[in-house]
Design a protein. Structure first.
Lengths: 478, 318
């Protein structure tokens, strides 16, 4: 062998035990769905059917809401914060103990590389439960009044891009604050949520405190529209978010929405160049670009445009696309055929509108849903690929001349979830961060998450905050 | 100041005066510490198995500068080291030879004699190693002595005091003078990154050494902690990659000190592969300054071939 070819290094699947079919998790038990039609969840990297999943219909959702209501009134609501914390700490430890299994399961069901599910997703899931466990007996110090009270029953709907992490973002603060929950995972990625249901059983969590109902959009709609749900939390597309906002308007439900984004990642000429390239790559190719806060619009100062592009392309040539369970994979599979179709469609539109498309040479597997890391140059603010969320490994590159122009272009979007700034000048970072209308502004880094840090959007990226002390606020009436 | 004469026309102007050199070095893009360390950490998660591991283990052995740099070194010790360099694994003749044996100048002749007829080179440290605190005349003579005794490669140290106080011209001139004194010998320039501390300094010192005529840039003497680290080596690999882009010249990189396990060595090779590129996966362009590393590589090599670990007593101690 004359070159250093990395041999396949697959993480073993033996550690996961996927059942052929799953029921719903209601009132502490797995139960058969009474209405609704079962559906299949597939592995996006191979199109292999992993399991048959129940669809929760209105009667099932109603049972789950009743169970949650009863648990809230009889057990979880009256329980002291200190005791709730014990359960949350127990769940956090169980997640750590089962982290390898959960990482494999997540990569199988979602298509993301094991390196990310193992090193990012699952450690963050445990960290969120640990963090909010610590808050459970200290709510009066959260800065939301002297005697903050839970809303009651929370209906939560989460997306497929970070299935278990989004579950943690929703469930951990809700339980810490004293709410009970009904969570609906995305229809393409229900398996880790169902594994989480087992963890709740293992932790002896009182029945009804956590309920998991599976299904697609209709199940989610039934859940958020259920009259006995006090609080609705949704992460997903702006389109669905809008529909939810409409359907709960006029009711007294509390709502938080975390929606789409089209983040600007802004590179100044004095940026630390090699780390900037890593940040650009991490910003758009992390999790195949299925990240609502992805740095999908690269704004480069014209004076360093050529150098940044040349280095970025060279770096993209070293990205390893393939089997999500291979420990050396950098970019895994696109989550679903539908998402792949959307990425293809928008990329085609980019070409048709005159932007120049480039991908490194890379062989894509024959089975499954795949899209190569792609960069579009010659993109202007008017192009659709500069305005619409692609939610895939596709980067649009634009240029600017002055800091003011960078701010103007960065803010010229209906979204406002995140932004990145790359410069060696501290004063410029602070000035830019004040100008940018984005919930999260990263400086000389991108896509960094921490349970102590609030996250959320401006404008059409939604409202409410998750994470940190701010994240508690969404689950407390005040 | 000395000017450059060969191969680097595009950068010749940079070294035409101290002021220009200074402006060039201070104008290099900064290195973000958090980002550089994160990149090194991510690369260390690569999983190198089976055929890839076999390739990496043999390559790492071929890249070793088997080193002894102690006050207590004797001809006997050096002879033992040379024997090991030529035949690292007494039980397995398929184990490759190492690249070189690295000793103090007074032991070069002994090493040269022991290694005669083999492809293993003799590297000598010089220039008042490890501190470099001596006059230029002494450093030049030290270098000439080592070369006269038969050293194929000279590992010099830079004047860190001069570098840290911003006297880049002085550091440049000294490297250039040693370059000349070393004649045909390969010149490795030790930056002693543990004393330069910041990654910005590491990048500047790397460029300074390359502009002054280094064939290799080397992290450390092994006498200062921290010695070689992955992020420092990353920054140096980026420097040689960028220098190659500007000049077409390949400069080597040698992390030295603190690399003791096969697992660590493989992390470095992954970093070389994905940063400077496959051209550098060659003993001509990448070396490990190490001693105990060799036995672990040999042990992992035997494990891979036979399926079980031999005891440490099956490998020679020198």
């Amino acid at each position: 062998m004359s070159r250093f070819e990395y041999a396949p290094a697959p993480e073993s699947r033996a550690i996961v035990d996927i059942k052929s079919s799953y029921g719903l998790f209601v009132n502490g038990q797995f139960v058969e769905a009474t209405d609704g039609k079962p559906f299949k969840t597939v592995s996006p990297s191979s199109e292999e059917v992993l399991a048959e999943i129940s669809e929760a219909g209105p009667a099932d959702v109603d049972k789950a809401v009743k169970a949650a209501r009863k648990a809230f009134e009889k057990v979880w609501g009256p329980m002291s914060g200190r005791d709730r914390a014990k359960y949350l700490f127990r769940i956090a430890r169980l997640i750590q103990e089962r982290s390898r299994e959960l990482a494999v399961l997540e990569s199988l069901d979602n298509g993301k590389p094991i390196r990310e599910s193992r090193d990012v997703d699952i450690p963050l899931v445990a960290a969120h439960f640990f963090y909010y466990a610590g808050w459970a007996d200290k709510l009066e110090y959260a800065g939301v009044g002297e005697d903050p009270q839970p809303w009651g029953v929370a209906g939560q709907v989460i997306p497929w891009n970070f299935p278990m992490l989004m579950l943690a973002w929703k469930i951990a603060p809700a339980l810490a604050a004293g709410n009970t929950v009904i969570l609906k995972p995305a229809e393409t990625t229900p398996l880790t949520a169902l594994a989480f249901a087992e963890i709740c059983q293992q932790a002896d969590l009182p029945p009804g405190v956590v309920n998991i109902v599976t299904g697609a959009g209709r199940t989610g709609q039934t859940l958020v529209e259920h009259p006995d749900v006090d609080k609705v939390a949704f992460t997903g597309s702006t389109e669905v978010g809008r529909a939810i906002a409409k359907s709960v308007a006029g009711s007294d439900k509390a709502v938080t929405l975390e929606l789409g984004g089209k983040a600007a990642n802004i590179v100044f000429e004095d940026a630390p160049i090699d780390q900037t390239i890593e940040g650009i790559v991490n910003g758009i190719f992390f999790n195949q670009g299925h990240v609502c806060c992805a740095g999908s619009r690269l704004l480069v100062q014209e004076s360093v445009y050529d150098e940044v592009l040349a280095r970025l392309k060279r770096r993209m040539g070293t990205l390893r696309v393939g089997d999500p369970l291979d420990k050396n994979t950098d970019i895994g599979a696109i989550n679903s055929a539908a998402q792949l179709a959307r990425i293809r469609e928008l990329s085609q539109i980019g070409e048709d509108e005159g932007a120049e498309r480039w991908s490194p040479e890379c062989e894509l597997p024959a089975e499954g849903y795949w899209f190569p890391p792609t960069v579009f140059t010659g993109v202007s603010q008017a192009h659709r690929i500069a305005r619409e969320e692609i939610f895939g490994p596709v980067l649009s590159v634009l240029t600017f001349r002055t800091p003011a122009e960078a701010v103007e272009k960065a803010n010229n979007t209906p979204f406002g979830l995140s932004a990145g700034i790359w410069t060696d000048k501290g004063s410029r970072i602070l000035w830019m961060a004040n100008q940018l209308r984005a919930g999260v502004v990263w400086a000389n880094t991108f896509n960094r998450f921490d349970p102590t840090s609030p996250f959320g959007g401006y404008k059409e990226s939604g409202y409410g905050r998750e994470g940190g002390r701010h994240g508690l606020e969404a689950y407390l009436a005040h | 100041m000395t000017t450059l004469d060969s191969g680097v026309d595009s950068l010749a102007d940079v070294t035409s005066s101290e002021d220009r050199l200074r402006r060039f070095l201070l104008g290099l893009p900064g290195v973000d510490q958090v980002g550089a360390e994160a990149r090194a950490a991510t690369l260390s998660t690569r999983s190198i198995k089976t055929t890839a591991k076999a390739y990496a283990l043999d390559l790492a052995i071929r890249m070793i500068d088997l080193t002894t740099l102690e006050g207590q070194d004797t001809p006997g010790k050096v002879r033992a080291l040379c024997a090991k360099a030529m035949r690292p694994d007494p039980a397995d003749s398929t184990a490759p030879q190492v690249a070189a044996v690295c000793v103090y100048p007074d032991l070069v002749a002994t090493a040269k004699h022991e290694l005669r007829g083999s492809d293993v080179k003799v590297a000598s440290v010089a220039t008042a190693f490890p501190s470099g605190r001596s006059s230029l005349a002494v450093k030049v003579q030290d270098t000439k002595d080592a070369v006269a005794a038969g050293a194929d490669q000279v590992d010099m140290v830079i004047d860190r005091g001069a570098f840290l106080s911003g006297r880049y011209g002085l550091v440049f001139d000294e490297i250039a003078a040693i370059r000349e004194a070393a004649g045909d010998a390969h010149l490795k320039v030790i930056l002693e990154t543990g004393e330069l501390v910041t990654y910005d300094n590491v990048r500047r010192a790397s460029w300074l050494a390359m502009l002054a005529g280094a064939d290799f840039i080397k992290t450390s003497t092994g006498k200062v902690s921290p010695a070689a680290t992955l992020p420092v080596t990353l920054v140096m690999l980026e420097a040689v990659r960028d220098y190659h882009e500007s000049t077409g010249l390949h400069i080597g990189v040698k992390p030295a000190g603190g690399i003791r396990t096969a697992k660590d060595a493989i992390k470095y090779l992954v970093m070389v592969n994905e940063t400077a590129g496959p051209d550098w996966l060659d003993p001509e362009l990448f070396r490990f300054g190490a001693s105990s590393l060799l036995n672990d590589l040999l042990m992992q090599r035997t494990k891979l071939a036979t399926g079980h670990y031999p005891g440490p007593d099956y490998f020679t101690l020198d």
